[in-house]
Design a protein around this ligand. Structure first.
Ligand code: CAA
Length: 257
């Protein structure tokens, strides 16, 4: 089925998904999420894809959940529909997903970016959790993931006051991995994704799983998990190739992509 709210393309081994609902600054409607999750499923299943980039427009990565879709909910409706849970599909993608954020990443838009593996920001990016100004609590992890990224004080201030954070502040606070000129954002993110997609995919997936463990468990358990993954990497032919290539002073040609 064709996509109406996103654009989907491949660039070599990189899958690029662009949120494309300009009339609503990429507000995250149910229809948009149905398409986004379908595109993620397609790239996850495609052996020719090694890394995914998720981006929006220069003005807005996404201005949040679709307020117009939610405005008439009562508690029973919100609880029964539970329309946010399908958003978490992106957190279960095993290939790396990079958020390339330009412009507004607000409410659910900030939350969606934080569900990705890392965020590269355009220099015009603005992050915020303005749900409080709408009389609701952030609903897709804003109070939880933002706190883990930037610490209690900044997360508390942003969630309680609705203040936006610009790209510089977001980089200082550790929310984004780096800032690039907005005009170069997609190209830069795709370049990083290309680099990742040339690595051994099982190793990349093990690294992703290991870093994510840091959020879910104790340091002792996390390092034990990492050690087991490290040992397991010696069962791959790519370990052999990677180390042999280093010794022979050439680029590795990984087989398991
Ligand atoms: N939902 C639905 N429509 C939205 C939207 C949203 N989150 N954000 C913007 N739009 C629509 C506007 O209604 C407007 O549509 P019309 O032209 O039909 O009126 C269009 O997008 C353009 O928006 P603006 O005219 O407001 O653009 P602006 O440049 O003046 O302001 C903005 C930009 C500051 C981002 C402003 O649009 C804004 O504050 N948006 C809402 C941000 C927000 O509160 N997000 C949180 C949503 S709740 C949430 O996400 C819950 C959760 O945690 C899961």
């Amino acid at each position: 089925m064709a996509y109406e709210n996103i654009r989907v393309e491949t660039r070599g081994r990189v899958g690029l998904i662009t949120l494309d609902r300009p009339s609503a600054l990429n507000a995250l409607s149910n229809a948009l999420f149905e398409e986004l999750n379908r595109a993620l499923d397609t790239f996850e299943a495609d052996d020719k894809i090694g890394c995914i980039v998720l981006t929006g427009s220069e003005k807005a990565f996404a201005a949040g959940a679709d307020i117009k879709e939610m405005s008439e909910f009562d508690f029973a409706e919100a609880y029964k529909r539970d329309h946010i849970t399908p958003w978490e599909r992106v957190t279960r993608v095993r290939k790396p997903v990079i958020a390339a954020v330009s412009g507004y990443a607000l409410g659910g838009g900030c939350e969606l970016a934080m569900m990705c593996d890392f965020i590269i920001a355009g220099d015009n990016a603005k992050f915020g959790q303005p749900e409080v100004t709408l009389g609701v609590v952030p609903g897709a992890g804003g109070t939880q993931r933002l706190t883990r990224f930037v610490g209690k004080s900044k997360a508390m201030e942003m969630c309680l006051s609705g203040r936006f954070m610009d790209a510089e502040e977001a980089e200082r606070a550790g929310l984004v991995s780096r800032i690039v000129p907005a005009a170069d954002l997609v190209e830069e993110a795709v370049n990083v994704a290309h680099k990742i997609a040339e690595m051994s995919l099982p190793i990349v997936m093990m690294i992703k799983e290991s870093v994510n463990r840091a959020y879910e468990t104790t340091l002792a358990e996390g390092t034990r998990f990492e050690r087991r993954m490290f040992h397991a990497s010696f069962a791959t032919e790519d370990q052999n190739e990677g180390m042999r290539a280093f010794i022979e002073k050439r680029s590795p040609q990984f087989k398991n992509k």
